[in-house]
Design a protein around this ligand. Structure first.
Ligand code: SF4
Ligand code: SF4
Length: 310
């Protein structure tokens, strides 16, 4: 944990020698048909990378502390435990996993937690369930009845703001493939963000602080359409797609390489001139620019003083 905090602190002063967080979409298959996302409708499904591919990437020493597993629906991969374990086993620093799931496969979630906690005693596992609103609205947006109940079950009444993050709709031409959808109306979005901030009277905690800052900074983003603090893509974070293609994030369609086509370790990939060049583009908003929570939290961590005082 201390090393992770050290890496986040260091990201305020320099481009790191290794990412501290890798986001990995392990599959683009999905069992739901959400209205704001076209991942489920992707036509092309090349072979997904396997345990040996990810094991090779993490084999040599690196400084990744946090592995974000997303999809599609990650729990559709029947080898999910093996591929995650292939990253964990050789990695000295990697001790936190974050799964983003639509909550359809509770049995598989339980099995994964029991298996991984037995193998990796100090591992922290965090889950994010994606919820779009009250039951009827959620089921309507997700395209399948019963998804709200399956995801939340009896948990809902016990939730507080501290259990939540708020994600504003994002567009991406290679990840969500929803770039043809219209942007949200900024006036409506501003009103809704202010409503959430006014409702939120929860205590001060790290998650509450970050969520409130994310939303407040979204109001800045709406005025400039630029990341309100310096983006950390390819400085301390990156995005790996299900086929091994490495990108700065899930929005900027700027592939660096495919991990199956190189013998380089993660740290060596990080040193490539092209990786540095791409980071420079991200940091100077020469990308589509966004304020997506997938990258906003790392950006806030890498710009602590501007984040606190904005
Ligand atoms: S938003 Fe998530 S659950 Fe919905 S279709 Fe896209 S990947 Fe699947
Ligand atoms: S600002 Fe957004 S689109 Fe640009 S590199 Fe960062 S995360 Fe990607």
């Amino acid at each position: 944990m201390l090393k992770f905090i050290g890496s986040v602190a260091a990201s305020n002063f320099k481009r790191l020698g290794s990412p501290f967080k890798v986001s990995w979409a392990v599959t683009y298959r999905c069992n739901l048909k959400c209205k704001m996302c076209n991942i489920w409708d992707k036509k092309d499904h090349p072979p997904e990378i396997k345990a040996e591919d990810i094991g090779k990437l993490f084999q040599k020493p690196h400084n990744v502390h946090w592995l974000g597993i997303t999809g599609g629906e990650p729990f559709l991969r029947t080898d999910l435990i093996d591929i995650v374990d292939a990253a964990l086993a050789p990695s000295k620093t990697l001790n936190a996993l974050h799964f983003a799931t639509n909550g359809s496969y509770t049995d598989r979630v339980e099995n994964l937690v029991h298996t991984l906690k037995k193998r990796h005693k100090k591992l922290k596992i965090v889950f994010t369930l994606s919820i779009d609103g009250p039951e009827a609205l959620h089921n309507h947006i997700r395209g399948i009845d019963g998804t709200w109940g399956r995801a939340l079950g009896d948990v809902y009444p016990a939730l507080s703001f501290d259990d939540m993050t708020v994600n504003v709709f994002q567009r991406s031409n290679f990840y969500y493939e929803n770039h043809a959808m219209p942007e949200l109306d900024p006036a409506i979005l501003t009103r809704e963000i202010r409503k959430i901030l006014a409702m939120d009277k929860d205590r001060l905690s790290l998650n509450n602080f970050l969520r409130r800052k994310y939303l407040k900074l979204y109001l800045h983003f709406l005025k400039t359409r630029k990341s309100p603090v310096k983006c950390q893509s390819f400085a301390s974070t990156c995005f790996l797609d299900p086929y091994g293609n490495l990108f700065p994030c899930a929005v900027y369609n700027r592939k660096l390489l495919n991990i199956k086509e190189t013998v380089l370790s993660l740290n060596d990939i990080w040193k490539l001139k092209e990786a540095v060049k791409i980071h420079d583009e991200c940091a100077r908003n020469k990308c589509p620019s966004c304020w997506s929570p997938c990258d906003a939290y790392s950006a806030m961590g890498g710009s602590i003083i501007p984040t606190v005082f904005r």
